[in-house]
Design a protein around this ligand. Structure first.
Ligand code: DAH
Length: 341
């Protein structure tokens, strides 16, 4: 090793620095030269002797000083570059949010029912067994209480608790009927819009949660005819179309008599298609005249008052209206889906 070799390193360094494109690249070159090239020069100093050692040492020190200065310069210009703001560049386009298709449908339902004097009320998504089942006239051994359908909340010594303390995720919006009637005197007209939960295996038409629209009207001398006109008006407004409505007998513990309501298929106009499974009708509502036991659980005078109630699956309606083929898309958070609405 001699001072000529140190000079060669210096020349190579300057040449590389000249060819570099950015301050950060220059900084990297300086670092590499200090850590690799210069440190190997300093390493072999101990094996050199006399005058040569002094010359190489001096040249290496000078080179180190130069590299350090260049490194400092690069650092400074890197910092000023980061701070520099080009105010003439076009701004970043913010992406706008939108209203979820289910939320839009809920708003529309509120509007339509408001025209008929129904107010919109809420209830808790985490319910207790009493409101979800007992108060709605479900017998203790009713199969819907089975683990298959309901998501129960884990609680210590659960079996020892009262029904009102046993928690679960509500399986329907019907418990809000009782909650509301306990605090409000008839006559009353309410709707409840909300999320419900089921312990379900998911597929294109089932998910562990979905949305319901519950309706309740209680007063003096309420009849099935009143229900029929309310639900017919709702669907006619919603589909802005001449849909037909039909009632079929059914069973629910909390209504007597109970019925299932079908609306004529808006996709095929009753001709029969894959959405209505070739029947021409869509099953979308469960309903009935409120069972006296339910009114009694809420402390309503059953001699004087009666009423009707109904529950609508909103996801199914949104799917039919918007031609969406899987319920899971609603809950996927996938922007490619959501941006279409
Ligand atoms: N709660 C029922 C369900 O989830 C739907 C329902 C049926 C609601 C009849 C009602 C009703 O209010 O009267 O399947």
């Amino acid at each position: 090793m001699n001072s000529g070799e140190v000079k060669k390193i210096r020349d190579r360094f300057l040449k590389e620095l000249e060819g570099s494109k950015s301050p950060s690249e220059r900084k990297k070159i300086c670092k590499r030269y200090i850590e690799e090239e210069l440190s190997s020069v300093f390493c072999c100093l101990k094996d050199l002797s006399g005058e040569n050692k002094a010359k190489v040492g001096k040249a290496a020190n000078e080179l180190r000083q130069m590299i350090n200065e260049k490194m400092k310069e690069s650092k400074e210009s890197e910092e000023t570059k980061e701070e520099w703001l080009d105010v003439t560049l076009p701004g970043k386009q913010p992406s706008f949010g939108g209203v979820h298709p289910l939320a839009k449908l809920q708003e529309r339902c509120e509007e339509i029912f408001a025209k008929m004097g129904f107010i919109s009320v809420e209830g808790p998504e985490m319910e207790n067994e009493w409101y979800n089942f007992d108060a709605l006239n479900f017998t203790p051994d009713h199969p819907v209480r089975d683990m298959q359908d309901t998501l129960f909340i884990k609680q210590k010594d659960r079996e020892k608790l009262e029904a009102k303390d046993k928690l679960l995720m509500r399986t329907h919006t019907s418990p809000v009927q009782v909650r509301y009637m306990e605090k409000n005197e008839p006559p009353l007209r309410i709707i409840v819009l909300g999320r419900v939960f089921r312990n379900e295996t998911t597929d294109s038409s089932h998910d562990i949660n979905f949305h319901q629209l519950e309706g309740l009207m209680v007063g003096e001398s309420i009849s099935v005819a009143n229900f029929r006109s309310v639900i017919s008006f709702f669907f006619k407004e919603l589909f802005e179309d001449s849909v037909e409505v039909r009632l079929r007998p059914s069973f629910f513990p909390f209504t007597e008599p109970s019925f299932e309501v079908d609306v004529s298929c808006t996709i095929c106009n009753k001709k029969g298609c894959s959405v209505c499974q070739k029947t021409g009708w869509l099953e979308v509502v469960g309903a009935g005249m409120v069972h006296p036991n339910v009114l009694k659980s809420a402390g309503v005078d059953t001699e004087r008052f009666n009423g009707f109630a109904f529950g609508v699956g909103l996801d199914r309606i949104a799917m039919v209206a918007q031609e969406i083929d899987s319920i899971r898309l609603f809950y996927s958070g996938d922007l490619r889906f959501l941006k279409q609405f």
